[in-house]
Design a protein. Structure first.
Length: 275
């Protein structure tokens, strides 16, 4: 009896699953979870599958066993910080990560659990308080925000009420969540964003709060396909042209001199008729 996993693509007989040490480790890990959590976890692990091959049992077991201690403890750790993570938070995190894949917001295959843990760190379940800083760095009373969340918060402070800065901050937040290589350190995000902002100002790409926000948003959407953290020039290259309705275009200035000549001609004709 052969069994094919719909997520990782592996095909094995039931006997081989039982006799293979790594496959047995996967079954053991899944059996230690409840049904809904186990299904969500397997769907999530499928996101690590290489594009041109199957996900090995050894790799699957390793990924699950990296999460299992945190799932059992009902807390998760990110950037050295612990925060509460009940079963509902893990299910939410698994499902949201898969949804991000379905919506084209996730670069596959995944390389780490960073995206998942970031979602769980922001989980706001029924009756669960927002994660708060903890002097011990342990969970229980809530965990401190991750470095990425601190960077996002700093971007918000940097942007203030400036519409262009807010668009750049939003774009940076999307890119930061992808965990691209060469991503600026969290504390450096506002400084890097300011460089991008000044570059856009220098090139006159920040002009209209009515028509330019959508251009900046479109440019950042294109950059989400980048292999590494992009440069400002890449955003500039991917900005669509500014489209302004014809009715909004400035009308040509009237030729006053020509108008005076016409009036003079009319007066001259009238004077001649009066004679």
């Amino acid at each position: 009896m052969n069994i094919k996993c719909p997520n990782c693509g592996a095909v094995h007989s039931l006997d081989s699953l039982i006799n293979d040490a790594d496959a047995s480790a996967v079954l053991k890990a899944v059996l230690e979870m409840d049904v809904e959590l186990g299904k969500a976890a397997i769907r999530y692990i499928g996101l690590f599958r290489p594009a041109k091959s199957q996900l090995s049992w050894a790799r699957t077991a390793k990924l699950l066993n990296e999460l299992l201690p945190m799932i059992k403890a009902q807390e998760a750790a990110r950037d050295g910080v612990c925060f509460p993570a009940p079963t509902e938070a893990w299910i939410h995190g698994f499902n949201e990560t898969v949804n991000a894949r379905d919506q084209g917001r996730l670069k596959l295959p995944l390389k780490s659990h960073g995206y998942l843990l970031e979602i769980i760190s922001q989980w706001q379940g029924s009756g669960v308080p927002s994660p708060q800083p903890s002097p011990t760095g342990r969970g229980g009373e809530g965990g401190a925000p991750s470095k990425l969340r601190q960077g996002v918060a700093a971007l918000g402070e940097w942007a203030g009420e400036d519409w262009a800065k807010r668009e750049i901050a939003s774009g940076f937040t999307l890119l930061a969540a992808l965990n691209l290589p060469n991503r600026p350190a969290a504390q450096d995000m506002p400084v890097v964003a300011e460089i991008w902002y000044r570059k856009l100002m220098e090139t006159k790409e920040i002009v209209s709060p009515e028509y330019d926000p959508i251009r900046i948003q479109t440019g950042f959407k294109v950059l989400q396909a980048a292999e590494t953290w992009p440069h400002p020039a890449e955003l500039l290259r991917n900005l669509p042209p500014r489209l302004i309705p014809r009715a909004m275009l400035a009308k040509p200035a009237p030729d006053k001199e020509k108008g005076r000549q016409k009036m003079a001609e009319v007066k001259d004709v009238l004077n001649k008729k009066g004679k």
